[in-house]
Design a protein around this ligand. Structure first.
Ligand code: SF4
Length: 218
C-alpha cells in the first residue's frame, strides 16, 4: 500500500470567498505553506516565515466533509510547490466538490485538472515579481478560470491593460483587477477601468470589508 501523502499546511479556515467571481459564497480554505515569490505587498508572509503543520491528506478530506455545501479553495503561499496538492485536488473532485486553486502565476498549471477553477495571480511590475511569471499558463486556461491583476499604480494598470490586449485574455478566462489598499484608491482604479472599458471587473477583498480587523483566518 502506498504511503498517504502529507501536506504542509499554514492554516485551515472556513470563511467567505472574497477574491474571485465566486466571491460571497461560503468556502473552506486550505492554505498551504511556503512560497517561491516575495511580492512587495505580501500580506501572507506567515505562510513562509512561520512553521507549517504536517497534515495527512485524509485529515483534509475529513475536514471537507464537515462543510458539504461549501466551495473549497486551495491557496498559499504557493500551493503548486507541494506534490501532495495533486492527490488533494483529485480526491476533492472525486468527492464531487467545487475546487478553486489560487496560484501565483510562476509555476505551470499543466498538471492541474481541468475541472479545478484556477485563479492565476498575474504579478504586475510593482510586485517586483512580474519577470517570474510562466506565461505558457495563458494557453492552458479554461473559460471557468480567472486571471487576477493586483494593481498598485498606473504603471501596473497599464501593464495589465497591455497583457489583456496582447494575449487576448478576455477570450481565455475571466479577468479581475484588484487594488492594493493603501497604495491605490479603489475609485481611481474603477475610473481607469471605466475610461478604457476593459473586459474586466474590479474587485475589492470582500473578507476585508466584512472583517476589517481580522488579518488571518478570513
Ligand atoms: S505569491 Fe502570495 S504569498 Fe507569495 S510572496 Fe506573493 S503575495 Fe506573498
Amino acid at each position: 500500500m502506498r504511503d498517504e501523502p502529507t501536506l504542509q499546511l499554514s492554516e485551515i479556515f472556513y470563511s467567505i470567498q472574497g477574491e474571485s467571481s465566486h466571491a460571497g459564497y461560503p468556502c473552506l480554505f486550505f492554505r498551504l505553506s511556503g512560497c517561491n515569490l516575495r511580492c512587495s505587498y505580501c500580506d501572507a508572509k506567515y505562510t513562509y516565515e512561520e512553521p507549517a503543520t504536517s497534515t495527512p491528506l485524509g485529515a483534509l478530506l475529513n475536514e471537507a466533509t464537515r462543510y458539504p455545501n461549501a466551495l473549497i479553495e486551495i491557496t498559499g503561499g504557493e500551493p503548486l510547490l507541494q506534490v501532495g496538492v495533486y492527490p488533494l485536488m483529485a480526491s476533492l473532485l472525486a468527492a464531487g466538490r467545487t475546487v478553486l486553486l489560487e496560484t501565483n502565476g510562476s509555476l505551470s498549471i499543466a498538471r492541474v485538472p481541468k475541472e479545478v477553477v484556477k485563479i492565476i495571480d498575474l504579478k504586475c511590475p510593482d510586485s517586483g515579481m512580474a519577470e517570474k511569471m510562466d506565461l505558457s499558463n495563458l494557453d492552458l486556461l479554461a473559460p471557468h478560470d480567472e486571471i487576477k491583476f493586483v494593481v498598485s499604480s498606473r504603471t501596473d494598470y497599464d501593464w495589465a491593460k497591455g497583457m489583456i490586449h496582447e494575449h487576448r485574455l478576455a477570450e481565455k478566462a475571466k479577468l479581475i483587477l484588484s487594488p492594493v489598499i493603501g497604495r491605490l484608491a479603489p475609485a481611481q482604479l474603477a475610473q481607469w477601468l471605466m475610461d478604457d472599458g476593459l473586459p474586466a471587473r474590479i474587485q475589492l477583498q470582500l473578507h476585508t470589508l466584512l472583517w476589517p480587523e481580522t488579518k488571518r483566518g478570513v
